[in-house]
Design a protein around this ligand. Structure first.
Ligand code: HEC
Length: 115
């Protein structure tokens, strides 16, 4: 029994470690793929013709569709839920993120959800 508990605990830590590793990889994409030019971690820049903060995106997706929902959106399969009236600005970006791998879309979703 003790062994099983120890195993469960170490698996939990391993899973958490992976999440952080993915979020770190996502942060690199955020900086290298131009997302940071429109999305600030905490500052809403919609009024300036740029994007909502990742805090806003995270809050909207945490209410429902979660990580899978962000991945779907970035694969061109989801409807915008944060600022649909500004969706045309983000559309060109989705044309790029559609060409990413599932792993990359998952990494950036993990990063967004850390906000
Ligand atoms: C030219 C500015 C711009 C750039 C660059 C940009 N975005 Fe956006 N993004 C927006 C705007 C504006 C919205 C709000 C419209 C909307 O909700 O789709 C948005 C919304 C989003 C959303 C929420 C979609 C929803 O459900 O409403 C996600 C997720 C997102 N962006 C991810 C990214 C990622 C990842 C990148 C980098 C590959 C990126 N954005 C680059 C402007 C930008």
């Amino acid at each position: 029994m003790k062994k099983i508990i120890a195993l469960a605990i170490s698996l939990t830590f391993a899973a958490t470690g992976t999440l952080f590793a993915d979020a770190k990889a996502g942060e690199k994409l955020y900086k290298s793929k131009g997302c940071s030019s429109c999305h600030h971690p905490t500052k809403d820049q919609l009024a300036q013709g740029m994007g909502p903060s990742y805090q806003m995106v995270s809050a909207a997706y945490k209410k429902g569709a979660g990580k899978a929902g962000i991945m779907k959106f970035l694969n061109g399969e989801g409807e915008p839920i944060v600022a649909p009236e500004k969706a045309s600005i983000m559309k060109g970006q989705v044309r790029n993120t559609k060409k990413w791998t599932d792993e990359q879309r998952g990494d950036i979703a993990d990063f967004i959800l850390t906000h």
